[in-house]
Write a new protein. Structure first.
Length: 267
């Protein structure tokens, strides 16, 4: 005659399963997060490849970050993302899978009362990454930056101007800030946004992709500073850690060079 499980035996099995679940679920969660992080870094690497192809086809010049253009007789905003789309197969590579607040650029242009982004194939509407605004600069003239004369004093950059390409950020996990907030952002600040723990992924001017570590930017009371991004979603403020050229900065903006004393400096 078959004997069924006793209540004690069933409770032991349930307890063992609960222990195994407690051990394995965090492992699976960490593996999933690591896979998403690797995908994000791979996507940034693809952005870097498209940037290198663009530079090769445009006489060693970087694309313009954004400027006033026209499409079908209507004004629109052309960004570096649209300019690089011919070298990319999908606009989805601009969306990090771990980004919980992907920037809706179309909504952001409406907030700023700017024209919509220029059409591209595929269309660029949402993005998790932003350029180094001193490398992929605004160009001169640019009537979106200076609606009166267009003069900016910031012409497009050439590859030959970058002395340390492996240390110069090109695109990074970041967003576009609106003016204000506890961080005191100015419009079109591009604060870094770590989306992999405290790591923010970056593709550098030589095409390699590697993260930088960050730390929260705190006020005197220990509260993290922040504000709003262009589409009115809340963001927190972070500072780049380490001893690289962007250490202590809240955005990966600037072209590194060595000061006379050998220290890193940005221009």
């Amino acid at each position: 005659m078959r004997r069924g499980f006793t209540l004690v035996e069933l409770l032991v099995v349930v307890a063992i399963l609960a222990v195994l679940a407690a051990i394995l679920f965090p492992v699976f969660s960490q593996a999933k997060a690591a896979a998403k992080s690797a995908q994000c870094l791979s996507q940034l690497r693809q952005v870097g490849t498209s940037l290198q192809l663009y530079i090769a086809d445009h006489d060693d010049t970087f694309p313009v970050a954004f400027f006033w253009s026209q499409s079908g007789g209507q004004p629109c905003i052309q960004t570096s993302f649209q300019s690089m789309q011919p070298y990319q197969k999908s606009a989805l590579i601009l969306v990090c899978p771990t980004d919980q607040r992907v920037l809706d650029y179309v909504a952001g242009t409406q907030v700023m009362r700017f024209p919509a982004p220029c059409p591209s194939s595929p269309d660029v509407r949402r993005m998790s990454y932003q350029p180094n605004l001193r490398l992929i600069d605004v160009g001169d003239p640019n009537f979106l930056v200076n609606p009166y004369t267009g003069q900016t004093g910031r012409p497009v950059r050439r590859g030959s101007e970058v002395e340390f390409p492996a240390d110069t950020a090109a695109f990074a996990d970041s967003t576009i800030a609106l003016q204000g907030g506890t961080a005191g952002y100015t419009t079109y600040d591009l604060p870094v946004q770590p989306r992999h723990g405290e790591l923010a992924h970056v593709v550098w001017a030589d095409g390699h992709a590697k993260p930088v570590r960050t730390r929260p930017e705190l006020d005197e009371d220990g509260s993290q500073l922040g504000g709003l991004q262009l589409d009115l979603q809340p963001i927190a403020s972070w500072l780049v850690s380490g001893d690289g050229p962007y250490a202590g900065q809240r955005q990966l903006v600037g072209i590194p060079y060595r000061a006379p004393d050998g220290a890193w400096a940005l221009r």
